[in-house]
Design a protein around this ligand. Structure first.
Ligand SMILES: [Zn+2]
Length: 271
């Protein structure tokens, strides 16, 4: 079992960008999209933490040790459990208005109770009800935050979830959250695919305007280039041709379809 010091893997990717990785398969083997990538983006006076992870071990002391006296702001890219359960370590968090209701109350993790992994006992100490952050601030599409010599713009990209956001910096990074990464890809019901594709188109257009952008997804490999977006767009468009190959995956209440390219495995919500 991992311990406090080895649970997170921290790496300095650029002078102003740290990556804090957490393996979510530790929680339940059903999750194979390791690692979760949290990002710490350092401006001259303010630092942005993107997501707070699984809440198993203290994250705040690690963040504090990296940012010095600078002010910290915390965003949730969306409110799936693996991105928000450290929220209560921080006084306030920002989240898109469509999902503020999810992180405004304790988060019910009882669906993880039967995990074969010992580590879920840590959640059991809190009866699988993880408290929220005290203050919830709202994010909206095109909000801009000045971190000092660095700006980030919020891009609302619904689909993976109704309030998923991506972030565009003025220094050439696009943080794609769970909207786009290589590996297990969680999609809404099929009738919402146009919403997913519209969000991907929005990101593809940004990449056309700024061809040198680096993409930083919230899971698995980083950085990626804009091919990630076209690969995923084309893959989702092709799901209709693979529909007969779908298998029920009950833990996620989803249909599972393996992409022909081997780049993605789709879980398409049945509810
Ligand atoms: Zn995730």
């Amino acid at each position: 079992m991992s311990n406090d010091t080895h649970h997170f893997e921290v790496s300095k990717h650029k002078d102003y960008l740290y990556v804090i990785k957490e393996n979510i398969s530790l929680v339940h083997p059903v999750y194979t999209n390791d690692p979760l990538n949290m990002y710490l983006l350092l401006g001259s006076h303010t630092v942005l933490l993107l997501d707070t992870g699984c809440g198993l071990y203290p994250l705040r002391p690690i963040v504090k040790s990296l940012i010095g006296e600078r002010k910290l702001i915390v965003f949730n890219t969306h409110t799936h459990w693996d991105h928000i359960l450290g929220n209560n370590e921080f006084g306030e968090v920002y989240v898109h208005e469509n999902e503020a209701h999810v992180v405004s109350k304790s988060y019910d993790l009882s669906f993880l109770k039967d995990s074969p992994n010992e580590i879920v006992k840590r959640y059991g100490e809190q009866n699988f009800l993880i408290p929220p952050s005290k203050i919830i601030n709202i994010l909206r599409d095109e909000d801009v935050f000045d971190l000092g010599e660095k700006e980030v713009k919020v891009i609302h990209c619904p689909g993976h979830s109704p309030g998923s956001i991506c972030l565009l910096t003025n220094t050439g990074e696009l943080f794609t959250s769970d909207v786009a990464y290589y590996g297990d890809t969680f999609l809404p019901k099929r009738d919402l695919f146009p919403v997913v594709l519209k969000s991907l188109s929005k990101l593809m257009k940004i990449c056309e305007e700024q061809p040198d952008l680096e993409l930083y997804p919230s899971h698995q490999k980083y950085p990626c280039d804009k091919n990630l977006l076209t690969d995923l767009y084309n893959g989702i468009n092709n799901i209709k041709n693979l529909w007969d190959t779908k298998k029920a995956f009950d833990f996620f209440e989803a249909w599972q379809i393996d992409d022909e390219s081997g780049k993605f495995r789709y879980y398409i919500s049945r509810i």
